[in-house]
Design a protein around this ligand. Structure first.
Ligand code: NAD
Length: 384
């Protein structure tokens, strides 16, 4: 299949470009390198050194014998987006090219507005370009499990049957996002659902859990590594804990640490996105997949990292710090994740298995983590 990956320079996009190429798909990529610039803006960097795109593509060709067609450009510019969709008419667009960071969107009005415009306009431009120039294209869009929030009832996959005042309907499940970034994903979901309805587009809206891991079997050369961010803004809780363990710092869960979320290994996220690509929805169909494997609380994550670190001879402790976010620190959490399993998804790596690989790889970049260790503790507060 011909697959356009937006955000190909990013954590998931770069990994996916190799995974899909190895499976025989033709890959085209887009990125505006905003992730690199935005991480630099907050004084941080990826633990793994990320080569310029030219060098990445050279390494790609050396290892895979061919390289993706790559375009540098911004999805919020409609003419750029339209030209690529019109010229390539991809079977699938895997849309990863958004600003993915909650704390960054909470810094101030400018960062909130940047996230709103970047994410919502980019997705809208893709919807219009598909409608006008390639209406059979499947839009596979990365949303987040964070769209649902933490309701006190089970979370279905996108829709639920409800009876109210004696009448029944199948309705979108209520969304309760926890940051301006998560709000953009909810707006995207509404816009995609609407576009599928009025224009008969086909789309899969992936409610992606937190992805963890640093290496997949395709990364046989250091130049092919994907990014691993560990600072307060761009690092997930698990990434921060791994980085802290590597430099012998206490692990710092926020608040009570009972915030529970769904997690998935990087290689298994690749498997899921590929399954959704190779099994597209029907014309006019908008479907939602909850994409995660295991659920853990933040305290449990920290405990797993302590155990994995001990196996490497590192002694680290857990130190719960005041929570900079506004969120439930203890709550019910039971999301469904059946749709991908029905397509054949079989998780291959548990958190513990993946942690072993991640920590051993991260040890090589201990100096790069130490150099930015003052960027790990929180400085962005939701209520400020
Ligand atoms: N990584 C996770 O754990 C996770 C979890 C849930 C959802 N997601 C979603 O998956 C997607 C990919 O996540 P990621 O971790 O790879 O993020 P990432 O920041 O590493 O990758 C996104 C890429 O898109 C590019 N980009 C952003 N805006 C763009 C624009 N306007 N035009 C062109 N390129 C643009 C960035 O430069 C970056 O390289 C995001 O939409 C994110 O919200 C990720």
């Amino acid at each position: 299949m011909k697959v356009l990956i937006t955000g190909m320079d990013g954590y998931l996009g770069w990994t996916l470009s190799m995974y899909l190429t190895e499976r025989g798909h033709e890959v085209i990529g887009i990125d505006n390198f905003s992730r690199r610039k935005n991480v630099a803006e907050v004084g941080s960097w990826s633990a793994t050194p990320i080569k310029p795109m030219k060098e990445r593509l050279k390494a790609f060709k050396d290892v895979f014998g061919k390289e993706p067609i790559f375009y540098e450009g911004d999805l919020t510019h409609y003419d750029f987006t339209r030209l690529i969709v019109e010229n390539h008419k991809p079977d699938t667009i895997i849309h990863l090219g958004e600003q993915p960071c909650a704390p960054y969107s909470m810094i101030d009005v400018y960062h909130c507005n940047f996230t709103m415009m970047n994410n919502i306009l980019g997705t809208n431009n893709l919807l219009f370009a598909i409608h006008h120039y390639s209406p059979k294209t499947h839009l596979l869009k990365l949303g987040t499990m964070g769209e649902y929030g933490t309701p006190n009832i089970d979370i279905p996959e996108g829709f639920f049957e409800i009876e109210y005042h004696g009448r029944k309907d199948r309705l979108p499940f209520p969304r309760q996002p926890g940051s301006w970034y998560h709000q953009t994903k909810v707006h995207d979901s509404h816009n995609i659902l609407f576009a599928c309805k009025i224009w008969d587009l086909r789309s899969t809206d992936i409610m992606q859990g937190v992805v963890h891991g640093i290496k997949t079997p395709q990364m046989t050369d250091e130049r092919l590594l994907t990014r691993f961010d560990f600072d307060e803004m761009w690092g997930t809780a698990l990434n921060r804990f791994c980085a802290q363990a590597v430099i012998g710092h206490d692990l710092t869960p926020y608040g009570k640490g009972e915030q529970t979320r769904g997690y998935l290994a990087l290689r298994d996220s690749m498997q899921c996105l590929t399954l959704a690509t190779e099994n597209p929805p029907d014309e006019g169909e908008y479907r939602v997949f909850n994409q995660y494997d295991e659920c853990y609380s933040v305290n449990e994550l920290a405990e797993h990292v302590v155990k994995a670190a001990n196996d490497f001879g590192a002694e680290v402790k857990i130190w719960n710090v005041p929570n900079p976010r506004v969120e439930a620190e203890e709550h019910y959490y039971n999301p469904a994740n059946e749709n991908l399993k029905k397509l054949g998804f079989k998780p291959t790596h548990t958190l513990d298995q993946e942690l072993e690989i991640t920590l051993s790889e991260l040890m090589k970049y201990k100096d790069r983590i130490s150099a930015k260790k003052d960027r790990i503790l929180p400085t962005v507060f939701w209520r400020k």
